[in-house]
Design a protein around this ligand. Structure first.
Ligand SMILES: Cc1cc2nc3c(=O)[nH]c(=O)nc-3n(C[C@H](O)[C@H](O)[C@H](O)COP(=O)(O)OP(=O)(O)OC[C@H]3O[C@@H](n4cnc5c(N)ncnc54)[C@H](O)[C@@H]3O)c2cc1C
Length: 425
């Protein structure tokens, strides 16, 4: 009987455990977690805060106890890995003991970044990543003690916290150090439009505001002071400025890393029998061919599947690692697919706008580089699949079902042609 260990207990860990169990009924599967919860979906935390879902809905695979029994797992709650000996395939625990296994999946995810900026430890300053973060913010919002909010970080997480504030009728300002919102995903034109639309919903937005420190005001409340001297007062400050991969315990272990654990298409690390999946790793970005951390829910699940299957002896590859995200907020949606920074001045720019859709996209003769869309959440899947196919088979063009689907969804012929298809009558 084989013994496997999974470090972490999120989406990637769950999928890895399930993939192993589906292929090996006898194996002992150990889950080492730094908390006592079952796998939950961090992207649903803000939906819980605004009251759209109950607490239990954060746990899409069931409770820890249900999963433990369904997949026959040995779960070690509140038992984080403190180190790893990849030669021995051994996990070192907090008390210094080591446990060796036949194979290990590292699935420790990422944490919200809270840099050493003065004032980030003041009461009223919070982050948004864990179920506990969500419970605390919801309690504060429902107690009515939050009268104004400042959200720092105008990207995927910050925008969802803004939505929570607006839904609770809390006046909110959104600031970011970058030149425009969604800086790593949006073309400037798209971002300016999204900013205007957000301001029309009553949210103040200020870009190019780099936080210097936060101070407590004498009469209560907080003031976030920017490096340019501008001051933003609010009684609550949400810091949503990015994530750090939870890989500190691997330093000096010999596991190859950049910011996250480096893996190949099989989710293999540089050590035989040791895999990594989800937000803690950098898989190969199929657009650039280079390793990139793309921390999204679907990737975590698929990468967990692939790591688990390979560990159980069934070869599988993950071949869809591309930058792609959808932000749905305040009855608005923004989608970005591909790498905005890969675009060059010589590339072809496509723009389209009607009452329903806003599209801005860039391509070279060889490849689509990046697509921004507003108002097309329903078409996220199809456009993402077309994008992936265009990378894998650049000369293939669109197949008839894809063209028909785009036409049914109301996209103009010019966009279909831009994507490589010919409209069908
Ligand atoms: C507010 C918010 C909004 C989001 N919105 C979206 C979205 O719209 N679309 C999308 O696709 N994705 C979104 N995401 C990202 C998505 O939630 C993540 O990509 C996904 O949850 C990653 O899963 P994971 O299993 O890799 O990591 P995690 O969910 O972070 O799970 C890792 C687990 O491992 C535990 N752990 C850490 N270190 C150790 C250790 N040493 N030992 C044991 N256990 C450890 C952690 O506590 C955690 O429980 C959002 C995230 C947030 C926070």
């Amino acid at each position: 009987m084989k013994r496997f260990a999974i470090i972490g207990s999120g989406c990637a860990a769950y999928h890895a455990a399930k993939a192993i169990r589906e292929r090996d009924k006898e194996a002992q599967i150990h889950i080492y977690s730094d908390n006592d919860l079952g796998p939950y979906n961090p992207m649903l935390t803000t939906y819980f805060v605004k009251g759209a879902i109950p607490y239990g809905a954060l746990f899409p695979f069931g409770s820890r106890e249900e999963i433990q029994s369904r997949l026959d797992l040995c779960w070690h709650p509140n038992c984080p890995a403190a180190g790893l000996d990849p030669e021995q395939k051994a996990i070192r625990l907090g008390d210094g003991t080591e446990e060796a296994f036949d194979g290990i999946v590292i699935a420790t995810g990422a944490s919200a970044v809270m840099p050493p900026i003065p004032g980030l430890d003041l009461p009223g300053v919070f982050k948004m990543r864990t179920a506990q973060d969500a419970v605390e913010l919801k309690e504060r919002l429902e107690s009515g003690t939050i009268k104004s909010a400042l959200v720092i970080g105008a990207s995927w997480v910050g925008i969802k916290v803004v939505e929570d504030m607006v839904e609770h009728q809390v006046p909110c300002t959104l600031v970011d150090g970058a030149k425009w919102m969604f800086f790593v995903a949006a073309f400037e034109e798209t971002a300016r439009r999204a900013q205007k639309d957000l301001e029309a919903k009553g949210v103040q937005v200020a870009c190019e505001q780099m936080l210097d420190h936060i101070e407590a005001l004498p009469g209560g409340g907080l003031c976030a002071v920017m490096q340019n001297g501008r001051r933003f007062e609010a009684d609550t400050v949400a810091v949503c400025i990015g994530v750090r991969m939870n890989v500190g315990f691997l330093r000096d272990s010999g596991i190859a890393m950049n910011r996250g654990v480096l893996v190949d298409a099989h989710m293999r690390t540089n050590y035989e029998g040791i895999y990594a999946a989800g937000d803690c790793c950098e898989a190969i970005d199929i657009q650039s061919g280079a390793p990139r951390n793309i921390g999204v829910w679907a990737n975590a699940g698929r990468q967990g599947d692939v790591a688990g299957a390979n560990l159980a002896g069934v070869p599988m590859e993950f071949d869809a690692n591309i930058l792609a995200n959808l932000a749905h907020y305040l009855d608005y949606d923004f989608i970005s697919i591909g790498d905005v920074s890969a675009c060059k001045e010589t590339d072809q720019v496509y723009g389209y706008e009607d009452e329903r859709y806003y599209i801005r996209a860039v391509r070279s003769p060889e490849a689509i580089k990046c697509i921004n869309m507003i108002g097309s959440a329903d078409s996220n899947g199809i456009v993402r699949n077309i994008f992936i196919k265009s990378i894998k088979e650049p000369k293939a063009g669109l197949d008839v079902p894809a063209v028909c689907q785009l036409q049914r969804n109301g996209f103009p012929d010019s966009f279909i042609e831009f994507l490589g298809g010919i409209s069908v009558d």
